[in-house]
Design a protein. Structure first.
Length: 174
């Protein structure tokens, strides 16, 4: 689905080196995909929902807007089916909600309008994503974790553009 080659440069004698050209082109592509998705990048707390099917949607929220940057939250939402109606399954229902909440990834993305790039700055409890991690490490991050997070964002954006349906309210001037 992606047009960007893997940036992994691994040699048994050398440490991993991130491919800056690949990472920056991926971030630039993500920025332009965000421009297609967002209706108004300057409106604070604007939300846009992309419905993929009856059980899956994505929500984009603009959290912060400054002159040169914007902070956006991008979250996957999974809907549970409303088939559990008996009182005896309340425990199962609360357990299924906890499981569903754990499978709802969330990313914070910083858009740099002057450089025209979008970068994942946090995801799933990982804050301040480093461009390179030593491997193995305690947190079990991949060496190219930053590249992979931005690639994952790219795949989400493509999914929203190709399969997402958006509810748009139209205002009529009467």
């Amino acid at each position: 689905m992606s047009f960007f080659p893997s940036s992994t440069v691994i040699d048994s004698r050398k440490k991993y080196r991130p491919n800056l050209v690949s990472l920056m082109s991926l971030c630039a592509n993500n920025y332009f995909l965000f421009l297609k998705i967002q209706a108004d990048k300057t409106q604070l707390y604007q939300q846009r929902h992309f419905f993929i099917n009856n059980h899956l949607s994505y929500a984009i929220t603009v959290n912060e807007v400054t002159r040169y940057t914007s902070l956006i939250t991008f979250q996957q939402r999974v809907f549970e089916q409303k088939v559990l109606k008996n009182k005896g399954v309340e425990q199962q229902k609360s357990t299924s909600k906890a499981i569903l909440n754990s499978f709802q990834p969330r990313m914070s993305i910083r858009l740099y309008h002057d450089a025209r790039v979008a970068e994942v700055i946090s995801s799933q409890g990982i804050h301040q994503v480093k461009p390179r991690y030593d491997y193995p490490n305690k947190q079990m991050h991949q060496q190219d974790e930053k590249q992979q997070m931005n690639q994952f964002l790219n795949e989400w954006l493509h999914l929203c553009l190709t399969h997402g349906q958006v509810n748009v309210e139209l205002q009529a001037n009467l």
